[in-house]
Design a protein around this ligand. Structure first.
Ligand code: SAJ
Length: 403
C-alpha cells in the first residue's frame, strides 16, 4: 500500500478548499491548485475567497503550519484529488472540460503508485473513459501503475467541514485495486463508513442522491401551486401531512438553485432520455417555479400605483453567500427587465453585487410596499410582524409571520 503523505488537490472551490485545508490540519502535506492567481494569493495569505462556517480558521491554521500552500501548477504527490466544476452546456449536455483540463494538468507529475481521485459530480463513465483515458497519456498503466477512483463529494454547503469528516463515503475504482487503495485513503480521515463499489455505481450513486432530493422538492413545489389555487396554506398542510409516520415532505421554495441539485439530474437525463421521465418532469416543475413567483409579483404590483418591491435574499439557500444558479437572482433580473416597479434588494451575506445596489433589512422593510421573501436567512426570521403591517407579502419560504 502506498503512503499517502503528499496530496495535490486540483480546484480550490467549495469542495477543494475545505478538503485541502482539512487534510493540511490532519498532518498531510497539501498543495492546492487553482487556475485563478487571485485565489492562489488569497489562500497563501491564510485567507479565504468563499463563505463557509469555520473555513477561515481551518485555512489559516493549515497555511500557518506550513502544511497547505496554493499554486497555479500541480506538484509531484502521492494522491491527486480532482474537485473542479462539472456544469452543463446550453442544451443540458454535461460540460466535462474542467475535468479534462485538470486530468491533463496532472499528467506530467504522475508517478508509479499514485492514486488519482475524481470527486467532482460526473456523468456515469467519466472516471474511466475521461479521467482514466487522459492519464494514459503519462505512459503509465492506468489501473496498474496509477490507481483511479471516483469518490463523490456529498457535503452540504453551510455544514461542509462537519460533513467532510462525518458523512459516509462511496468509493468506486476503475478496478478492484484502485477501489481498495482509494478506500484506505478515505478511511484515514473520515469518521463515517467508507463503502466500496465500482466507479460507475459511485458516479450513479451521487446523481441518484441529488435527483432524489430534486424529485422530492418538486413534489413540494407542485403542492404549493395546487394549494395557492385552492387557498390552502401549504406550510400548514405539509406540517400536518408530515405527522404521518411514513410521510416526510420537503419544503416548497422559489425554485431549486445551487450548482448541484439543479444540475446533476440532467446528467442522468442526458444519458438516458427515454427512461428518465419522472426525473425530467421534476426538473421542469422546479425550473418553472421562479416564473410562477414572477407572475405573482406582477399580479400584486398591478394593484398598486407605485409598487416598490423589496426582495429579501439572493443566495440559493439559507445562510450562505453562494449565488450560483440561484432562483432569486433569476427572479430579480426578470423583475428589473420588465420594469415592474422600484426594486430594492437585501442580501445580508454579501457586501456588493455587480448588478444590484444592496440595501439593509431595515431599509428594505421600511421602503417596500411589496415584500418578496426568497431566502429563509436567519436574519429574516427576526422580522417583527408589526413591521410588515399594511404591506403585500409574497413569502416563498413560509417564513414571515404577518397576520
Ligand atoms: N430546497 C427547497 N426545499 C427543500 C430543500 C431545498 O426548495 O426542502 C432548495 C434550496 O433552497 C436550494 C436547493 O433546493 O435552492 C438545493 O439545496 P439543498 O440544501 O437541497 O442542497 P445543496 O445543493 O446545498 O447540496 C446538495 C446536497 N445533496 C443532498 O442533500 C442529496 C449535498 O449533500 C451535496 O453534496 C450537494 O448537493 C452537492 O455538492 O452535490
Amino acid at each position: 500500500m502506498p503512503v499517502f503523505g503528499r496530496i495535490c488537490v486540483v480546484g480550490l472551490g467549495y469542495i477543494g478548499l475545505p478538503t485541502a485545508s482539512l487534510l493540511g490540519t490532519k498532518g498531510y502535506d497539501v498543495t492546492g491548485v487553482d487556475v485563478s492567481q487571485k485565489v492562489v494569493d488569497t489562500i497563501n495569505k491564510g485567507e479565504i475567497h468563499i463563505v463557509e462556517p469555520d473555513l477561515d480558521v481551518l485555512v489559516k491554521s493549515a497555511v500557518n503550519s506550513g502544511r497547505l500552500r496554493a499554486s497555479l501548477e500541480p506538484v509531484i504527490a502521492d494522491v491527486f484529488i480532482i474537485a473542479v466544476p462539472t456544469p452543463f452546456k446550453n442544451d443540458h449536455e454535461p460540460d466535462l472540460s474542467y475535468v479534462e483540463q485538470a486530468s491533463r494538468a496532472i499528467v506530467p507529475f504522475l508517478e508509479k503508485g499514485n492514486l488519482v481521485i475524481l470527486e467532482s459530480t460526473s456523468p456515469v463513465g467519466t472516471t474511466s473513459t475521461c479521467v482514466g483515458s487522459i492519464l494514459e497519456e503519462s505512459r503509465l498503466k492506468v489501473g496498474e501503475d496509477v490507481y483511479v477512483a471516483h469518490c463523490p463529494e456529498r457535503v452540504l454547503p453551510g455544514r461542509i467541514l462537519v460533513e467532510l469528516v462525518q458523512n459516509d463515503r462511496i468509493v468506486g475504482g476503475i478496478n478492484e485495486i484502485s477501489t481498495k487503495i482509494a478506500a484506505s485513503f478515505y478511511r484515514e480521515f473520515v469518521s463515517g463508513d467508507v463503502y466500496e463499489t465500482d466507479s460507475k455505481t459511485a458516479e450513479m450513486s451521487k446523481l441518484t442522491e441529488n435527483s432524489f432530493r430534486d424529485v422530492n422538492i418538486a413534489f413540494a413545489n407542485e403542492l404549493s401551486l395546487i394549494c395557492d389555487k385552492e387557498k390552502i396554506n401549504v406550510w400548514e398542510l405539509i406540517s400536518l401531512a408530515n405527522r404521518h409516520p411514513r410521510v416526510d415532505i420537503l419544503q416548497p421554495g422559489p425554485g431549486v438553485g445551487g450548482h448541484c441539485i439543479a444540475v446533476d439530474p440532467w446528467f442522468i437525463i442526458h444519458g438516458n432520455p427515454d427512461e428518465s421521465r419522472l426525473i425530467k418532469a421534476a426538473r421542469e416543475v422546479n425550473d418553472l417555479k421562479p416564473q410562477w413567483v414572477i407572475n405573482k409579483v406582477i399580479e400584486e404590483a398591478s394593484k398598486l400605483s407605485k409598487p416598490t418591491i423589496s426582495v429579501l435574499g439572493l443566495a440559493f439557500k439559507a445562510n450562505i453567500d453562494d449565488l450560483r444558479e440561484s432562483p432569486s437572482v433569476y427572479i430579480v433580473n426578470k423583475l428589473v427587465d420588465q420594469s415592474i416597479g422600484e426594486i430594492r434588494v437585501c442580501e445580508p451575506n454579501i457586501k456588493e453585487h455587480d448588478n444590484f445596489d444592496l440595501v439593509d433589512i431595515d431599509d428594505a422593510i421600511a421602503h417596500g410596499n411589496i415584500i418578496l421573501l426568497l431566502v429563509d436567512h436567519d436574519e429574516f426570521r427576526k422580522i417583527l410582524p408589526e413591521c410588515l403591517k399594511g404591506k403585500t407579502i409574497i413569502d416563498t419560504r413560509g417564513l414571515l409571520k404577518y397576520n
